[in-house]
Ligand binder design. Structure first.
Ligand SMILES: [Zn+2]
Length: 363
């Protein structure tokens, strides 16, 4: 039993292949399995919505018909004991992570359907909060395009995914490798007072994260499988259901953050800023300003601004150099602030004051 399953680093098709319900696991491994036909399995996994059929596994993950069939063949269909090989399943997927790539992770555009009616603004706000929470822990960027809210569905090519209401007794997400027509986050507004926690969870799927509770006793189950582990089992994960003795924690836990940043890369943390008075030239003190990364994420450039005496902020440097000379004024206090930036965005700022008296020598 894998108790250390959080984020599965395989392609989604792989992820889907190794996913199953607890009853499936029992049936497959039992010495006297009760066979479930493909038709029965398909019917039990089908939701009919707006005249279309949607296929769902693990309660809130939408898959295509091909993936559903592959899932059935791998885990549900009657077959001789000992034939199921996780290694071969992993081989099918080539061990590649199911994540957004090639810059798409910084351009995750979405609309929020105007069909939410008078609760549209609430959903927009909740999505804002939930997306920012993920953006704060990994190099991903969600972009709401409100001009498409009135035509918010999978047929609109101007958004990557839609957020839309429905009345099915569940919420539903998709994976990065899902087909374009599967890219809707379906939300049942009646299921909870606020949608922020729900969106945090569903957006975790959108980023490629699996359920944390897979393999945990007392939870919706998964066959024993070769899940590559990103971080240790975390009962407070936002991807954990209320089961197996764990709560329904709908905030991004520190280990969730670590997992997401290991998949997508972290944003640079607030940099360090060191200033050193190095002497005066023509009555004006010079300071050597040194910027350095903390938490091991090296930024591509530093944005540096200065506030000279009582003036406003002005940019004095924006580039990859991690050390610059700054000239102040004798016995005047200036403020320096710096942010570390990489392709994912910029960090929060670090501020320091610099002041020197040209009548004293540097230490
Ligand atoms: Zn889920």
């Amino acid at each position: 039993m894998h108790r250390h399953t959080i984020i599965v680093r395989r392609a989604v098709s792989i992820l889907l292949l190794i996913a199953a319900t607890s009853s499936c696991t029992d049936e497959v491994s039992s010495s006297d399995p009760a066979p479930v036909s493909w038709e029965e399995f398909k019917e039990s996994s089908t939701i009919r919505h707006d005249g279309r059929e949607l296929y769902v596994i693990e309660e809130d993950l939408r898959v295509g018909l091909d993936e559903l069939r592959a899932h059935y063949d791998a885990h549900i269909a009657p077959q001789p004991l000992g034939v199921i090989s996780q290694a071969s399943i992993v081989n099918v997927v080539n061990g590649s992570d199911d994540i957004w790539r090639n810059g798409q992770q910084l351009w995750l555009t979405y609309c929020v359907s105007s069909e939410f009616g008078d609760r549209h603004q609430r959903v927009v706000n909740d999505m804002n909060t939930a997306t920012q929470d993920w953006e704060n822990v990994a190099s991903v960027n969600f972009i709401h395009l409100p001009e498409h809210d009135g035509n918010c569905n999978v047929n609109n090519p101007n958004v990557l995914f839609s957020v839309a209401p429905w009345n099915e007794p569940m919420n539903l997400a998709f994976f990065p490798s899902s087909q374009w027509f599967e890219r809707t986050v379906w939300l049942n507004l009646g299921l909870s007072r606020t949608s922020i926690g729900t969106f945090r969870h569903e957006l975790g799927h959108v980023l490629g994260l699996r359920h944390e509770h897979l393999g945990v006793s007392g939870c919706p189950n998964d066959p024993p499988g070769d899940h590559a582990t990103v971080t240790p089992y975390d009962r407070s994960s936002v991807m954990h259901y209320r089961c197996g003795g764990a709560g329904d924690n709908r905030v991004i836990s520190p280990l969730d953050a670590e997992g997401a940043s290991s998949l997508y890369g972290p944003r640079p943390a607030r940099p360090g800023l060191h200033s050193e008075y190095v002497g005066c030239d023509e009555g004006a003190p010079d300071f050597m300003l040194t910027f350095y990364a903390v938490r091991g994420v090296w930024p591509e450039r530093f944005q540096v601004e200065a506030k000279r005496g009582g003036s406003g902020w002005s940019v004095i440097h924006d580039g990859p150099e991690d050390q610059i000379l700054y000239r102040g004024e004798d016995r005047r206090t200036d403020r320096i602030r710096v942010r570390a930036c990489n392709w994912a965005g910029c960090s929060r700022e670090m501020q320091r004051s610099v002041r020197a008296d040209c009548g004293t020598l540097p230490q």
